[in-house]
Design a protein around this ligand. Sequence first.
Ligand code: ADP
Ligand code: MG
Length: 686
Amino acid sequence: MNGMTIRLDQIPVRQIKGVSARKEEELHAFGIRTAADLLEYFPFRYEDYRVRELEEVGDGERATIQGKIATPPVVQRYGGKTRMFCRVAAGRMLITAVWFNRHFLQDRLTPGRDITLTGKWDRNRRQLTVAESEFPGSGAAKTGTLQPVYSVGGGITQGWMRKTIAQALQQYGHLVPEVLPHELIERHGLMPRREAVMRIHAPGSAEEGEAARRRMAYEELFLFQLKLQAYRAHTRRKRDGVAHTADGASIRAFAAGLPFELTDGQKKAVNEILHDMRQPYCMNRLLQGDVGSGKTAVAAIALYAAVKSGHQGALMAPTEILAEQHMRTLEKWFAPHGIQVALLTGSLTERQRRDVLAGLQMGMIDVVVGTHALIQEDVHFRSLSLVVTDEQHRFGVGQRSILRRKGIHPDVLTMTATPIPRTLAITAFGDMDVSTLRERPKGRVPIKTYWVRHDKLDRVLGFIRREVAAGRQAYVICPLIEESDKLDVQNVIDLHQQMQQAFPDLAVGLLHGRLTAAEKDAVMRGFASGGAHVLVATTVVEVGVDVPNATLMVVMDADRFGLSQLHQLRGRVGRGSHASYCVLIADPKSEAGLERMRIMTETDDGFEVSRRDLELRGPGDFFGTKQSGLPDFKVADLSSDFALLETARDDAAEFVSREAFWRDPACARLREMLMRDPIFQGEQLD
Ligand code: ADP
Ligand code: MG
């Protein structure tokens, strides 16, 4: 050990032989600046130059074979191009080898000479279209190897990249440091890092390449998980949060006063949340539950506990419609307890807004409900101790640090109705504790889902009429037209007219994104109070909207929606005790669209829907957007490295739970790596 160790990440790529100033610049475009970057620029697959027997090569496959030239080559010319062929004896077969535009090889193709050919095999014509050829003994390099294939482009060719990385390995390979604790390398029989970096670029066999890849994938996953787990542990160790003191009896009394009995799942989640809230650390908990599982009630109890402990709570919703709805619900539940609730959204008048801000600062308002504007810089609280965010939005490190700058260290409860498959959950939300609501409240009838083609529209209209005649209400969702906001609105207005013509005697409401917040609120209130029988809407009603009397959800052109979106839409019904239905109208044009319709009709369990959604789309697309918090792994592949991910997570959790991790010099390197991550900005690890 000496302090003068040469570090690969401090050696500019320019130091590698063959890297000119121009090449250096081109490498920068790939994010490659140092020798470490180049050595860690891993291939995404290998090209196989291992010699095979022709008998084993399938039709159309690319393969490398050995043979002896049997006839002199014949060159045909056409339009400036050439086609050259000769016969080659390969094993027990006589085949035709064909080269395009390689006639300069003609003189070297002398009958009787041994040759190795790599190319595409056409079994019927007994013909190999040659991509590359080598003569044994002529310093041949590729035959028998697996050649790495890198992502290249611009002025960087595959050949240059191979050569340069090989050169880098030769010059600096011995400096590759180990970063994993020795203990973990032993435990999982991992390849040491130096060897893995060499082998991943130049594996002696497919197994060796995979072992090297696996080692690097584990490292990547472990370091990622270590970051999340360390952050979680660090948050707990700091003890700078609010230890809520509300007494259990009062909280139980509040829960008992709700208009229903809590499900077992809700009780368990409430207990987990209250346990966290009573501790002096900052809670960072995810409450995941299928649509309609009753997350709002859980949030209300947590907010009640915050207020009864002498503090304030905030509930953030993704849309104004949802904020208004939460406002109505909480007012109803909190008013009997003298708890003041206020709404803070963009549609308040300047004066109303000033009043709310003043009320929050002085502590006259106990709970504030709003959209994400809630956490803006100019909102000050007397004592905010709990932030609840509803649906989708992750309360990120950025938002947390806005509050921290104001000296506020609230507990955070994030609610999501998109049940996340476990692998993704521990990746995207690994820094959080998770509570899960699996069941829906008792007495709910499962939602029946039907898929029909457009020519059955009349029957669907008849269905709507029957539900309305029975005293129920229906949603009709208009397909979204992604390219154009304007067309979208026109579309929903047309559909509304169509529905009005079909039901001249019914009240048909209209809801879309272009309405003002006040208009939206009026429409939603009208529908919630039974003033409209049918609500024609865009996906603005997608999340959270709760009208228990609505029992029929009709989705037009349903194949245009993603699975989780369809499941969310379906979740708008089945929220009361009446039998509920979801009708998907679609003539799917793609196999994926067809599969989505099938899945929807086969299950109404959100966990199952999301599992199959993940299967259909793969982890990268699962969350749709990049704000998911899912990292781009370089080596690891979430769709095949499940087991490795779980192992890495357990290892990381075990490590940070040890006191030694936070002090041991042997872990100094890991701690240093963590500190460089933005998640720890401005924090002291010890
Ligand atoms: P989500 O989890 O989708 O946000 P909500 O909180 O909106 O679900 O709850 C859905 C509906 O179920 C609401 O009308 C709510 O009042 C009702 N609800 C919640 N918990 C229960 C329960 N334990 N028993 C009966 N109804 C409940
Ligand atoms: Mg909800």
